[in-house]
Design a protein around this ligand. Structure first.
Ligand code: SF4
Length: 634
């Protein structure tokens, strides 16, 4: 298909065999790339009930059509596998500079399978791929690994995906870093790489190898135009990063406070974002390749305790989960915790959630200084945040309770005996997650479709794969013909279809392997469709693309069904049913089990699944996935 090489690079770390295969045109046309193509591959190649840390599991890196033309936002690569955190399908996207090199090498997909007996890294250039020894890299953090690889290869232009110590020790929230400033954060993909003893995937391709396109000149000209549009449209993101809207998020009742027990951060959020952050941490924007927006942060400052902080600065999820979530409003400590998570190679959303859990356990007396080597673990104490982050990221001391994620930690604490606002707490009831993936910093209590979406997404609770944050503000999905208003936020009849369209719609840019922030800056759906036509020659419509998203969602769900997941796994945490006393949410309806279950039933109906949450052959036929019916479990 035009715009694609249609090639897959397969690396078996057990045998050392490296081979190239063809990706079927039909699969590309129906799924475009990213997690869609990865799910299409994994459903065929991974056995049911696959142990994420076994030889049977495979890691798949995928691109889409835009990397071949260096379109704005095309720095994204997507990693997918069976998650050691959730036990189901996970995909996560990172940026940096790797994607364009891998595309120039002549591929859209990299499959890693088997396990190496010793640490190795993969090197890919225009001549091919090679497995190399990584004993000297093992133990290095994510930033130093990238530097060392450049040094060893003698070429600063090399881009590397790599894991840190957290991935090496199998921390289930371990992520994959790219070039020391962008991370594919969620779901523990780094732990799967670590289990395979694969430290890094380095890539550099000399020259300008170009993939055939329907109209390359037209695509390049339009790409230039989009750079200008997105440069202007992304001015706010460039100045303030992803945390620029944190004040509005608090006002809308979506900010996590005190591990999801608070409703308002009492205005303290102003000390964690905007001009205050820019000055305090001496922030400058950092750009992924081919990105005019530059939402990443670089800080260049000395902390009051004398440490130089010249590293990646806080993004919104850090501000939410490692700031307001633990009530710490001192940016230096928030940044230090961010850096610990980043360098160890951990998801800073889960890292902040796990520290919040420790602080709540400490408040109830379920853990004490004796469990913490003499330290405290108090809300709002920056030093405790930093100490707790070290424990969680390196699974040290009491941090070992997190070796199976937040659910495992709660089981190990196994304490009970606290009642708050009518909710009886025990350790297993205070955790906030779905499928063991901790909630990101967007409270779904502001709209029922958000809650249903968090509960039903394949990778577990997730804001960016749900496309439903806008429902909290009463926004619909006009591109896909779906109207929604503030009055609909707790409408049970609309909740199911709203969650479905939000999820499938958000998959569109995901399957194109492009950065979601660029859509907001001006690379919107009409422009994406125009670019797709110039590259592939295919006239996709809005609804064609929504169906691409639906296919990907269905394949991911089927993989989860094969992993044993059913309706019982689509849950909301007890804290989400706790009434709010102040702030925006105090005026909103309180969730009940009945309300949530009714919304969930509507979702399965809208999806064409059974009421036990199983995909069906009829549904697969309806969206053109007939060839995959054989993989649906009975
Ligand atoms: S907007 Fe941010 S994450 Fe997206 S490509 Fe640009 S710098 Fe990278």
């Amino acid at each position: 298909m035009l715009g694609y090489w249609g090639k897959l690079l397969r690396v078996n770390l057990t045998t050392g065999k490296i081979s190239t295969e063809t990706i079927a045109d039909e699969a590309i046309r129906k799924l475009i790339g990213g997690p869609g193509l990865a799910a299409e591959f994994l459903i065929r190649e991974i056995p049911p009930m696959c142990d994420p840390l076994s030889e049977d599991n495979k890691i798949v890196f995928t691109l889409g059509p835009y990397q071949g033309v260096n379109v704005p936002g095309s720095a994204k690569w997507v990693v997918s596998t069976i998650s050691p955190l959730t036990g189901g399908f996970v995909d996560s996207a990172g940026g940096g500079r790797w994607a364009s090199h891998f595309k120039k090498a002549g591929y859209e997909m990299l499959v890693i399978e088997g396990k190496s007996p010793k640490p190795v890294y993969l090197y890919i250039d225009e001549k091919g791929a090679e497995i190399r020894d990584a004993v000297a890299l093992w133990g290095l953090d994510t930033v130093d690994t990238g530097k060392k690889i450049k040094e060893v290869l003698g070429d600063k232009r090399v881009s590397a995906l790599n894991i840190g110590p957290a991935g090496e020790i199998g921390n289930p929230m371990a992520n994959i870093s790219c070039d020391g400033y962008s991370w594919a954060g969620r779901g523990g993909t780094g732990a799967v790489m670590g289990d395979k003893k694969l430290k890094a995937i380095a890539c550099y391709v000399e020259g300008k190898q170009t993939v055939p396109c329907a109209d390359r000149e037209g695509a390049e000209a339009f790409s230039k135009e989009l750079f200008k549009i997105c440069y202007e449209g992304g001015a706010g993101q460039r100045k303030y990063g992803t945390s620029g809207g944190a004040g509005n998020t608090e006002a809308a009742g979506r900010l996590p406070v005190r591990y999801w027990r608070g409703e308002s951060y009492m205005g303290q959020i102003k000390k964690l974002f905007g001009d205050y952050m820019n000055e305090k941490l001496n922030i400058t924007p950092k750009h992924c390749e081919n990105c005019p927006v530059g939402c990443h942060r670089s800080c260049d400052v000395q902390a009051p305790w004398g440490e130089y902080m010249g590293t990646s600065g806080p993004e919104y999820e850090c501000v939410g989960m490692q700031g307001s979530n633990v009530m710490v409003d001192d940016l230096f400590y928030v940044q230090k915790a961010n850096d610990i998570a980043n360098r160890s190679g951990c998801d800073n959303i889960s890292a902040g959630a796990w520290v919040g859990f420790l602080m709540e356990c400490y408040e109830y007396g379920w853990i004490t200084e004796a469990d913490l080597g003499g330290h405290s673990m108090k809300w709002g104490y920056g030093q405790d945040l930093v100490f707790g982050t070290e424990l969680a990221c390196y699974l040290k001391g009491i941090g070992k309770i997190f070796k199976n994620g937040i659910k495992g930690a709660a089981k190990e604490i196994a304490a009970k005996g606290v009642t708050e606002r009518g909710v009886e707490y025990e350790a297993e009831k205070i955790i906030v997650h779905c499928k063991n993936l901790d909630y990101a910093a967007h409270d779904p209590r502001v709209a029922l479709p958000m809650m249903v979406s968090y509960a039903t997404l394949a990778r577990g609770s997730c804001h960016v794969r749900s496309g439903s944050i806008g429902y909290g503000a009463g926004n619909g999905q006009p591109s896909f013909g779906f109207a929604f208003s503030l009055d609909d936020r707790f409408n049970i009849d609309k909740a199911g279809i709203a969650a479905k369209i939000g999820q499938d719609g958000s998959k569109v840019s995901n399957c194109m392997s492009m950065c979601i922030f660029l859509s907001g800056a001006g690379f919107n759906l009409p422009n994406q469709i125009k670019m797709l036509k110039l590259i592939t020659g295919i006239d996709y419509t809005n609804m064609d693309l929504l169906e691409v998203g639906e296919r990907a969602s269905n394949l991911e769900r089927a993989i989860n069904n094969r992993q044993g997941m059913r309706r019982k796994d689509d849950t909301i945490p007890p804290k989400m049913k706790m009434p709010s006393l102040v702030g925006h949410r105090a005026s909103l309806p309180v969730y009940t089990d009945e309300m949530f279950q009714a919304g969930l039933s509507k979702y399965y109906e809208a999806r064409g699944y059974t009421q036990d949450g199983l995909v069906t052959a009829e549904q697969f036929k309806k969206v053109g996935l007939e060839d995959y019916i054989q993989y649906i479990p009975a």
